[in-house]
Ligand binder design. Structure first.
Ligand SMILES: [Zn+2]
Length: 243
């Protein structure tokens, strides 16, 4: 150290100011506030479903505004390597533009994210949500569809393709609910497609409550929350659905 110090000139006033500003800025970049550390078990368990929903809404607002938190991924990775205590479980679409961590501005260890085309529910997804809430302690399930969803369009059009055919069948009740049994033409009826996407989210919300005894018990006891939302591809905004 002595050798390192030798030959260094005393810091000038400007250098001191620069050093101070760097210290106070911490790991911020571009003036954005820094993310806090990933949640601990205590923080997870102390949070309420309402607080977690607000946490997602706040994160989406940052994403829309283009002011995501500055993240130190390496530090967060180290902090979560020994365990995870996410606040929420998000079920969203396979779509490459709807990654939950990005649209809600969340980092390592903050949310579970189950993704499948059309954000449909099946036994495996339901089991994943049960794990997230009943075992890992998440406080909120958010089912997030999105506008102009290709899977929803496929269900409206009656697309048949390998294993996709069975997946799209799960969206058909939402198509019927919106169209009243009439056909929906995605190319000329984009509003109807988005209405089906919303109906599909509501369908999945009902299915979660109906099909999982464990999750229903937690919901009825107010220990977890369940919320739906629709992500707008163009604005980036998630509009949470009224309950
Ligand atoms: Zn989609």
């Amino acid at each position: 150290m002595k050798q390192l110090m030798q030959g260094l000139t005393p810091p000038t006033g400007a250098a001191l100011l620069l050093a101070l500003s760097l210290l106070t800025a911490g790991c911020q970049t571009g003036g954005h506030p820094s993310a806090v550390a990933p949640p601990t078990r205590t923080e997870q368990q102390a949070s309420t479903p309402t607080q977690v929903r607000q946490r997602l809404a706040d994160g989406n607002a940052r994403y829309v505004a283009g002011t995501p938190l500055a993240r130190d991924w390496a530090t967060a990775r180290t902090a979560t390597a020994g365990g995870q205590f996410p606040y929420a479980a998000v079920l969203s679409c396979l779509d490459s533009r709807t990654s939950a961590e990005i649209i809600f501005d969340q980092g390592h260890g903050e949310i579970f994210n189950a993704r499948v085309a059309g954000n449909i529910l099946n036994d495996d997804i339901l089991g994943s949500l049960e794990f997230a809430c009943q075992v890992a302690g998440a406080k909120l399930i958010a089912v997030i569809g999105h506008t102009e969803c290709g899977a929803v369009k496929g269900a409206c059009s009656g697309v048949q393709l390998g294993h996709l055919t069975g997946l799209l069948e799960r969206i058909k009740p939402a198509v019927t609910e919106v169209s009243g049994g009439q056909s929906v033409e995605p190319a000329t009826q984009p509003q109807l497609v988005n209405a089906v996407a919303e109906a599909n989210v509501r369908l999945v919300l009902r299915q979660i409550r109906e099909r999982s005894l464990g999750l229903r018990a937690l919901l009825d006891a107010g220990k977890i929350g369940l919320v739906g939302g629709l992500y707008e591809l163009h604005s980036g905004r998630v509009n949470f659905l009224n309950e």
